[in-house]
Design a binder for this molecule. Structure first.
Ligand code: AMP
Length: 175
């Protein structure tokens, strides 16, 4: 099972980037090209009943499998970026973190209104980042086709927060 294979390589880094956080380190996944392909195929399998016109990947770890998945699905990829990185006209959304706030941005011409957009990131924690991305998709007239994450920290209930935007929430390994 892919969840067991993922659990065997994802590393817990205690107290990173600050005390009290157990960071899920996904970098060992990238060293295994067979596993990388299996992740993409697992997403494709779970998306077989979902029409996806565009994949939106969240900076920065959402870019890695986001582009691979978009390519495999034969659809465009669009980056959702941290502030000040995108060169063309943008819309932006600020959201609250546990301490402080964060902002993400997307190009205004990222997709056509009415497009069905799959939002992807490596990990679902509180869901604040993906929820902000879904707000940007809606602001540009897109439809959230669903969310796809490799990892779900299910004890943080991020899925509940996202269900207002779409209840099509795909995760490959739950903690
Ligand atoms: P959230 O908005 O709370 O769902 O946080 C999701 C974003 O923060 C993703 O981009 C994750 O990569 C990152 N993140 C949050 N918690 C962790 C964690 N424990 N380990 C690794 N990345 C995390």
């Amino acid at each position: 099972m892919i969840s067991e294979r993922l659990k065997s390589v994802i590393r817990d880094i205690v107290d990173f980037p600050k005390p009290g956080i157990v960071f899920k380190d996904v970098t060992p996944i990238f060293k295994d090209p067979v596993l990388c392909s299996e992740i993409v195929e697992a997403f494709v399998d779970r998306l077989k009943d979902t029409q996806v016109d565009v994949v939106a990947g969240i900076e920065s770890r959402g870019f890695l499998f986001g582009l691979m998945l978009a390519n495999r699905l034969g659809v465009p990829f669009v980056p959702v970026r941290k502030p000040g990185k995108l060169p063309y006209s943008i819309v932006k959304k600020s959201y609250e973190l546990e301490y402080g706030s964060a902002t993400i941005e997307i190009h205004t011409d990222a997709f056509e209104p009415g497009s069905r957009v799959l939002i992807h990131d490596d990990l679902l924690a509180t869901g604040g980042t993906a929820e902000a991305a879904s707000d940007l998709v809606a602001e540009l007239g897109g439809i959230v086709a669903g969310f796809a994450f490799i990892i779900n920290l299910s004890f943080l209930n991020g899925g509940q927060r996202l269900s207002a935007a779409s209840d099509n929430i795909i995760t490959l390994v739950d903690y």
